[in-house]
Design a protein around this ligand. Structure first.
Ligand code: ADE
Ligand code: ZN
Length: 337
């Protein structure tokens, strides 16, 4: 019997980071956008990063190929098809509207394509999915406020706001006003913090932005008081192990703080971040930590359960997914007993 992949929720994936080099080439040709090469393998060869910024430079440059609603639809659907294979039953997907606006693409085009892909994914792949609009921290708080205002006509097409891009030098405190406004609009709030920035960025995200989840958050392990706060409040961390290795946030996977975060009783989840760039989707990330840290089926089930617990799904839907995790665990235990 093959019980397949763990059912999971993916809570930290940038749709722009799922742009595989094959689709990149297709879209570049479709829209007459120049690329350094038209060979998908040669383009992938360029993905050697030393830190977050070295990745962001290529990631933003590649997004020039996204021009039409069809392009955004193709990007969204390609992720959902791959995610279904990875066991994803729920996806809360980041997107970076400011990048597309700067490229001259109206918000209606971005929402139109992505929302159509999500509808298709729901109907034909059985994945429940929603969008989280991210502000680019390097553009500052005023630009974030302008973006939120521009997105108000599309409020029924996203469930929350996030904060991403270059972390160090752009602390959460710059974004208090836009996060307060998002809260007043009834939106969920998450933020990247503690990826390259220190534990103080995580404290600020909690205290000043009122985030319900912390994206990455791995440097929280350096601050015992912060670990206690995260444990007591069961604030989820969306940890992306292959991303952390590729961007050298951790020197090796073996040195990753995941086991320490789990041992401290934190609500840790696993996601892929930018799978087209970091060598793997959520199933690959789960397999990597299972292998590296010798996680047993019960520990893997904890990661899968945490992902649904940390999601923004209604409680009844969470219970349904948690039952599916239990069923998968039982099947697996039967298989190996
Ligand atoms: N944008 C896309 N991926 C990101 C990451 N890992 N950190 C910050 N911003 C991002
Ligand atoms: Zn991210």
């Amino acid at each position: 019997m093959n019980v397949g992949t763990w059912p999971v929720a993916e809570l930290h994936v940038h749709i722009e980071g799922t742009l595989e080099t094959e689709l990149l080439v297709t879209l570049a040709r479709r829209n007459n956008v120049p690329l350094p090469s038209y060979d998908p393998d040669a383009l992938r060869e360029l993905y050697r990063f030393t830190d977050l910024q070295s990745f962001l430079d290529i990631y933003y440059a590649n997004l020039a190929v996204l021009r039409t609603e069809e392009d955004f639809y193709d990007l969204g659907l390609a992720y959902l098809v791959r995610a279904a294979r990875a066991g994803v039953r729920r996806a809360e997907i980041f997107f970076d509207p400011q990048t597309h606006l700067a490229n001259g693409i109206p918000l209606a085009v971005v929402f139109g394509g992505l929302t159509r892909a999500l509808t298709e994914g729901r109907e034909n792949l059985g994945i429940s999915a929603d969008l989280i609009l991210c502000f680019l921290r390097h553009l500052g708080g005023a630009a974030a406020l302008e973006t939120l205002d521009a997105a108000i006509p599309f409020l029924d097409q996203f469930i929350g706001v996030g904060l991403d891009s270059a972390e160090v030098g752009f602390p959460p405190s710059l974004f208090t006003e836009v996060f307060a406004k998002a809260q007043a609009l009834g939106l969920h709030r998450v933020a990247h913090a503690g990826e390259e920035g220190g534990p103080d960025y995580v404290h600020e995200a909690l205290d000043l932005l009122g985030v319900e989840r912390v994206d990455h958050g791995i440097r929280a392990i350096e601050d015992p008081d912060l670990v206690q706060i995260l444990r007591d409040r069961q604030i989820p961390l969306t940890v992306c192990p292959l991303s952390n290795v590729c961007l050298q946030a951790t020197p090796t996977l073996g040195a990753h703080p995941l086991p320490a975060l789990l041992a401290a009783g934190l609500l840790v989840t696993i996601s892929s971040d930018d799978p087209a760039y970091f060598g793997g989707y959520v199933d690959d990330n789960l397999a990597a930590v299972e292998h590296e840290f010798g996680l047993d089926p019960h520990e893997m089930a904890t990661l899968a359960r945490n992902s649904f617990r940390a999601s923004f799904l209604p409680e009844a839907e969470k219970r349904r997914h948690l039952a599916a995790v239990d069923e998968h665990l039982e099947g697996l235990l039967r298989l190996i007993s």
